[in-house]
Design a protein around this ligand. Sequence first.
Ligand SMILES: [Fe+2]
Length: 291
Amino acid sequence: MHTHKPTLFSFSKQTIKDHYRVGYQKTGWLQKEYNSDYIFVDLEKYYFNLRDQIAQLLIYKRFINQTIQLEELHDYVPEEFKQYGHDGISKIGTFFYETNAQFIKTLHEFIHHILYKKIIKLPFLFQATPTFRIHCPNSANAEFFPHFHTDLALGHPPYEINLWIPLTEKRSGHGFYLATVENSNKIARFIDYDIPSLMDDTVFRNQHYLAFCKPKLFEINVEKGWGLMFDGRCFHTAMPISDHTRISIDFRIVLQEDFVKAELIYENRGIRKQLLLLPNDYYYSLTSADL
Ligand SMILES: [Fe+2]
């Protein structure tokens, strides 16, 4: 049904740069609706429900054999599972690409009842498989961070909305840094809008790039029981945590109206999988309204 549209990476590098340059000039949905580049989302009872589901998944995957304080998970996990891969996802996080029916049910209830009914109020598509990030203290390859990037680097649309949901209590801080769209545009301009190059470690570990980015992001405090919704153009990075385990899930959203209007099909050029940003592919088969 969408196959008549060309895919992002079928265009020339220059066309993709121009596309993102123009994308940074537009007014995003959060900016229109909330007059901000980011908002906090009250998770309500789903903070506890999702936490419980994660504990159950950890038992189901045999990392633990009884419920524990999730913040103490690093005491139960062998070192090799704590280390980060080339995408900044720890090995233990990769065990959660598959969840189970109960987890998915809880997540979809949250998406429908909170995100759709209370926040966005429009049908949207969302990433079918949320990304689990489990940061343990002193993990190998932690020098991957900071990874100053926007998910547009994977081939995502400039109108994307990003949702980050920490599910552990912060102790020394959650270590999540964000730049406004305005500052993100400055960073994008610094790399001449070659956003996909941000997946290349020679680009994101370049000393000039790091020095340019650093003062443009601020540490964002997300209180217990809240999530962070931000304009997908915002540069961000996690930072490793030193004294407790942080578990978060994140996923991306696009309004159905933006998806339908788009003249191209965006892509997800992750390390793990190449996906098209279509329903039943990167996105779940149903919209938020139809769950
Ligand atoms: Fe990201």
